[in-house]
Every structure is written in C-alpha cells, then in structure tokens.
Design a protein around this ligand. Structure first.
Ligand code: BGC
Length: 383
C-alpha cells in the first residue's frame, strides 16, 4: 500500500512539474516586443547581463502631467523588463535642469543606453558629451535631441504626417473642396523648444496654405506665423489665454468660428475651456472643428461629447517596442532597423530614424481604434 501511495505521489509531482513548465513557457502576447524565441533567449542571455547583473537602461521622460508620457514610460519599463533589462525611469516635471540631473545620475549609475524624451531638445549637448565619454549610447524618444553628434537613433511618429492628417481633417469636415466659404479659422502651434512642433505646423500648413491663399479659409486674427501662434511648454493655460484674446479681439460681435487647428490635446483642452467661457457649444454658437493629438482620456471624452472633433492616435506601445528593438541592437553591437535616413537633421548630423504611422480617431471610429485595439477600456472613457 505504502509503495502504491509513493508511486501515485511521485507521478503527481512529475505531472505538476510538467504543468508548471508549460505555463511558464506561455507567451505573454500583450507585450509587443516580447516575441523572442528560445534561441533568441540563448543568444541574448549574455548580452543582457554585465558582470552577472541585468543591464541598466535609463529612460528620461519629460513630465507626468500629460497622460501620454505616463503611458510611454510605463510601456517602456514593461517592455524593457520583459526582455531582461533593468529600467531606470525618471520624469522631470518639465524642468530642463531636473532632466539634466536625472541623466547625469543615470550615467553615474552605469547605464548602458539612454532613452530620452527631451523637454528642450537643445539643452542636452553637454550631458550627452558626458554620456559619450562613458560609452553610453543614446536614443532620442519621440522628440529629436538637437545640436549633438552623440544621438545614435531617433524613434518617433511621422510628425509631418501628423500635421497633414489634421489639415486634411479640417478640409474634409468643412467641405473646403465643395463649399464656397469663406470659413473662419484660427491656428495654434506647439512649443517652440520642441522640434516636433515645427513639423506638425509645416505638415498642417502644407494642406491648409492653398485654401488660405485662395481666401476660402480666412484667419480673422491674421496670426499664422509659427512664432506668433506657438504655445510655450505646450501649456493648456497658455493656449486658453491666447484663445481668450483671439475671441475678445475678433469674435466678440458673434462672428462665426469654423475651425481651430490645435496641434495636440493639451492645447485643445485650453482652447475648449476658453470657448466654453465665451458661450460656444450652444445651438446658435456651435463648437468649431477642433483638432488634437495623443488621444488623452479627457480629450477622447471631449470627442464623445462633441467638443473636440478629432485627435491623432500615436500608439505608444508600438513606439516603445521599436525603441526596445533599438536598445537590443545597440547592446549587441548591431544596426537597428530604421526607415528614414534623411528627414531629421539635428544640426550636427542626420539621425537615423524610425517613423511610426499616426492615424486619427474621432467620435465615429474611436471604439475600433482605441477600445478594440486594447489601448483603453470602455470604463476609462466614462464621464
Ligand atoms: C509630442 C506630442 C505631445 C507634445 C506635448 C510632442 O513632442 O510628439 O505627442 O502632445 O509633445 O507633450
């Protein structure tokens, strides 16, 4: 009897051990970038450790005040850890000096690669020199780092195309190719210290300029140069203040406002607040077409409520997985995959870049783009 029990027990142990192994090997499908084969695992085993320790990757993000950067940081950390790296993730509260100090600390801690979403792209020249002296590779994340030869790669979305899509959305929704017009529009641009802001503006203007020239689009304020319409620090409050001024000076007599080009969601929030304070959103004073970018939760809710018209969706999971691929390539001494070798000149060199594809979401397609893709839960978008 004892013998029988022992046999059953040992069979049970063997079976549960096999079962346990199976579940460990189950792929974690929801983490892009975590699709390594066993062979990859073996190949990478040595390079992902240095002196028996996991390799450290510094991830410097600008601010936690906008949802997108929280999402970027969380995705980067999860995907780096899934590949066996240790991540040092830091947010700098949009303060340039804080970001420089954080990067200096990452260098001191002996990180192998720095992934940086800069606050002001032209303030990191000295600290990147320090990184280079310590043989640390640098990847510019979403925003190009300017005036430094020590930027190995750049991963972003096609920033010019972001602006093109916003411009085309305005053309389509106002029916500029069918209607006589003229339609009134006001233009906003992003922060002048962010290289992306210029690309968004140039992309949108490449579409809108001809309608402005022909008079089909009219800008009552007359303000259209990048430096006049740029909003420092991408601050909602600065956008709100500028929209207040535009309304007081140009729309106080009930003039209609048909569209506002807003390059991103933080500006759109300020613009909508200003419009609400001035009585827009009523039947006789409807909201203009308002563009945006990032699909931040409050903005998707504003789209569902009919306040904001659209927002560019940049899937931060895709960007993070591209950057993790670049990190892997750098650690192994390989070339990383890029798809653009001409566009992003940082003043010192053309930085090899990977541009991800932006798309737009609006009240009609947000379910498919944002919920069915698993980016948000339905409950995230409850008012
Ligand atoms: C990013 C946008 C973001 C903006 C403000 C830009 O560099 O590309 O997605 O809305 O910064 O944070």
């Amino acid at each position: 009897m004892k013998k029988l029990i022992a046999i059953i027990l040992s069979m049970f142990i063997i079976l549960s051990f096999m079962g346990c192994n199976t579940s460990v090997e189950e792929p974690e499908q929801n983490i892009p970038g975590k699709e390594m084969s066993d062979q990859d695992d073996q190949d990478q085993g040595d390079t992902q450790e240095k002196d028996g320790e996991e390799r450290l990757i510094g991830v410097a993000m600008p601010t936690q005040s906008l949802q997108r950067w929280n999402q970027d940081g969380a995705n980067m950390k999860a995907q780096l850890e899934a590949k066996g790296y240790k991540a040092d993730l830091q947010y700098a509260d949009n303060n340039v000096n804080t970001q420089i100090q954080q990067i200096e600390n990452m260098i001191t801690k002996g990180c192998d690669v720095l992934v940086i979403a800069s606050i002001d792209g032209s303030t990191l020249t000295d600290v990147l020199k320090q990184a280079a002296e310590n043989d640390i590779k640098v990847i510019a994340y979403d925003r190009l780092i300017m005036n430094s030869p020590h930027v190995d790669y750049y991963a972003t979305f096609d920033n010019f195309k972001v602006g093109v899509i916003q411009g085309e959305y305005i053309v389509e929704k106002l029916g500029l190719d069918e209607e006589d017009g003229p339609f009134n529009i006001e233009l906003f641009a992003g922060s002048p210290d962010d290289n992306n802001a210029r690309f968004f503006y140039d992309g949108a203007m490449s579409v809108l300029e001809s309608y402005i020239e022909s008079g089909k689009l009219n800008i009552p304020s007359g303000q259209k140069d990048f430096s006049t319409i740029a909003i420092q620090g991408w601050e909602s409050s600065n956008a709100q203040a500028r929209m207040d001024n535009l309304i007081t000076a140009n729309y106080a007599g009930g003039e209609k406002l048909d569209a506002v080009l807003s390059p991103n969601d933080s500006l759109a929030i300020g613009i909508i607040a200003s419009l609400n304070n001035s009585g827009f959103g009523e039947e006789d004073k409807p909201y203009p077409i308002i563009t945006g970018q990032d699909c931040d939760k409050p903005n998707v809710i504003a789209m569902i409520n009919g306040q904001q018209s659209m927002s560019i969706f940049k899937d931060t999971r895709t960007l993070a997985s591209k950057v993790v691929e670049m990190v892997d390539a750098l650690i192994q001494g390989n070339e990383a995959p890029v798809n653009d070798n001409v566009t992003y000149d940082n003043g010192e060199k053309v930085v090899p870049s990977y541009l991800c594809e932006p798309v737009y979401a609006d009240a009609n397609n947000y379910r498919e783009i944002l919920i069915e893709s698993g980016y948000y839960e339905e409950s995230d978008l409850e008012q």
